[in-house]
Design a protein around this ligand. Structure first.
Ligand code: G16
Length: 593
């Protein structure tokens, strides 16, 4: 990723190799560059500038054809890095489809292009900038280094940009054998593109006939982290945070993702925490140090152990920290742990909601106006909403569904079981926001485990966990969901369960999103299981099974229960009903969180 700081440098910061490759293509050979752009272009049979281009001759118009497989998933298009880097014209085509689907020629003029710094980002940055410029983007803004998704959203909003293109596959592993992705956010709201736009990009990818590429273009370097820190200063009381940090052992694991530098800036430079004690894996690396940058008990094992926990969240040793937070590759996900306890993302949301009055962003704006969670997230937050007398919305999985609610109900707090927490201060989930929110709601000397216990005793406990079945055959996974659809159509009166497919009507714009997973409910035992196909994988299918049991008046044993253990019987019933053994050939999950 670029380290340039000059304003309006001629050429993108990664532009030398790119320029050289284009010069080669245009018959002006320079030293042979070893760039992926060059590889992509030279492997394209018959791909040569048609000549003509735009009126001043600075844009090359090149023939191309459709490439399959460019439908964005839950959050952008994610593929194996090798697909982006080695498939003929893949990145070029997607960049062009993005430009066409987004109608860049009609007013998308100022665009931020940045990312989490994973492998292939430099090459992709060059390609994206040249295609965006070739399609009419007038001002290309780039970041001085790896950038988190929340910082990009903050920058778009505060600088009133027309959008951002983010090079990230979020929590997916990086490296040449890992994943790369591109997502895009609209401006000036800074929100992830909604379905109509992602579908427009997909259909543009299917009809593509030409690439419009500007081999020389200008970029301006801005610092999204500066915008982000300024935004967080509006959300939190800095003096309160300094006190909370000073009295606790806090550890942040950025998993070698983009959040490390901004975590240091916030916690150490701004709030006075000691760097050596507070920061772990906070230097960004293109391959995340070979680790899987997914903040959960399976992958953030060192942080869990520092909190005294094993990979199932069971107490195994004396804790060395009072509060810990792991962040994913692009810094939007978070996992919170306390001394000897793991906080499920669903409980984290519910606790923050019940103590929102302690957080400046909500307190100074008249208190929470609404809460929201994705459908598979536990219903713990619904109980807080009922007590506060505010609406609680249940959306499909995907942060983009919160955008309209954030505009309509301010201030709003929302979250997802997939380690996402956030508010209407930006339009992305925000890992460091979650950490600062936890620091704000803890009373002096209060431990995270005390907070959880008090919460459960007052609202009841939603025991909750998720089973993931990874690398499934897509055809078999589709059959499993067809079977669930049949079950939901055919169910008989009087059965002890009900099963239905989730559909969402956006209360603000009335748009409908169908086929968003199946909900299996056992009303008598206050249990729920949700089946859903992941939308963030890059190969095969991942089937998710979400399990929840509500205990209105938890006993001491319920308070101490480890959800992944006590929900086993519910998991067995749900897997039997859906017939995992036949359709997936297994009932043993790959990951339990
Ligand atoms: C993305 C979205 C989240 C969503 C998650 C679901 O997360 O931004 O809003 O909850 O995907 O993932 P899946 O479809 O695999 O269950 P991220 O952090 O990967 O961008």
């Amino acid at each position: 990723m670029s380290m340039g700081t000059a304003s309006f440098a001629v050429m993108a910061p990664v532009g030398d190799a790119w320029l050289a490759s284009w010069q080669l293509l245009r018959g002006r050979p320079k030293a042979a560059p070893n760039s992926c752009c060059l590889r992509q272009l030279h492997r394209s049979p018959g791909l040569a500038a048609r000549g003509g281009g735009d009126a001043d001759g600075s844009i090359d118009v090149l023939p191309t054809g459709a490439i399959e497989g460019m439908r964005p998933g839950t959050s952008g298009l994610r593929k194996k890095t090798r697909v982006w880097a080695e498939t003929d014209r893949f990145t070029l085509n997607f960049a062009q489809a993005l430009a066409v689907g987004w109608s860049i020629p009609c007013g998308v003029e100022r665009v931020l292009v940045c990312g989490d710094g994973r492998e292939y980002s430099e090459e992709a940055l060059g390609i994206l900038c040249s295609v965006l410029a070739g399609n009419g983007v007038k001002e290309l803004l780039v970041a001085p280094g790896p950038t988190t998704t929340p910082a990009a959203s903050a920058a778009v909003r505060r600088l009133r940009l027309d959008g951002a293109v983010l090079m990230t596959a979020s929590h997916n592993p990086g490296g040449i054998d890992g994943d790369f992705g591109i997502k895009f956010n609209t401006g000036p709201d800074g929100a992830p593109a909604r379905e109509p736009l992602t579908e427009a990009v997909y259909s543009a990818s299917l009809g593509l006939q030409e690439l419009r590429v500007k081999p020389t273009y200008q970029t301006r370097t801005i610092d999204p982290d500066e915008q982000y820190v300024a935004q967080l200063k509006q959300c939190f009381d800095w003096a309160q945070l300094r006190r909370a940090l000073a009295g606790r052992r806090v550890l942040v694991d950025a998993m070698h993702g983009a959040a490390g530098p901004v975590a240091k800036r916030l916690l150490c430079d701004e709030l006075g925490a000691n760097e050596g004690d507070t920061l772990y894996r906070c230097q960004p690396r293109p391959d995340f140090g070979g680790a899987h940058p997914d903040p959960n008990l399976k992958w953030a094992t060192d942080l869990a152990l520092a909190a005294g926990l094993d990979g199932r969240g069971q107490y195994v040793q004396s804790p060395k920290i009072d509060l810990g937070c792991a962040l994913d590759g692009d810094g939007d996900r978070n996992m919170i742990v306390g001394a000897g306890c793991f906080v499920t993302p669903s409980d984290s949301l519910a606790v923050l909601a019940s103590r929102a009055h302690k957080i400046k962003w909500f307190r100074e704006r008249g208190g929470l106006k609404a809460l929201a969670r994705s459908m598979p997230t536990s219903q713990a937050v619904d109980r807080v909403a009922a007590k506060l007398g505010v609406p609680c919305f249940e959306t499909p999985t995907g942060w983009k569904y919160f955008g309209n609610l954030m505009d309509a109900y301010q201030p709003l707090l929302c979250g997802e079981e997939s380690f996402g927490t956030g508010a209407d201060h930006i339009r992305e989930k925000d890992g460091l926001f979650a950490l600062l929110a936890w620091l704000s709601v803890l009373d002096d000397g209060e431990q995270v485990s005390d907070v959880l216990k008090k919460h459960w005793l007052s609202f009841g406990r939603d025991l909750y966990c998720r089973f993931d079945f990874e690398g499934c055959d897509s055809v078999k996974a589709d059959r499993l969901f067809a079977h669930l659809r049949l079950l939901s159509d055919d169910q008989q009166q009087g059965e002890s369960y009900s099963i239905s497919e989730f559909e969402y009507r956006d209360p603000v714009d009335n748009s409908v999103s169908s086929q968003q997973g199946f909900v299996l409910t056992y009303p008598k035992s206050n249990e729920r299981a949700v089946f859903r196909l992941s939308g963030t994988g890059s190969a095969g299918a991942t089937v998710r099974l979400y399990l929840e049991r509500y205990i209105p008046e938890p006993s001491p044993a319920d308070i101490d229960a480890v959800p992944s253990i006590v929900l086993t019987d519910l998991a067995v019933r749900a897997m039997q009903l859906a017939d995992f053994a036949t359709f997936l050939g297994t009932t043993v999950p790959d990951v339990v969180t």
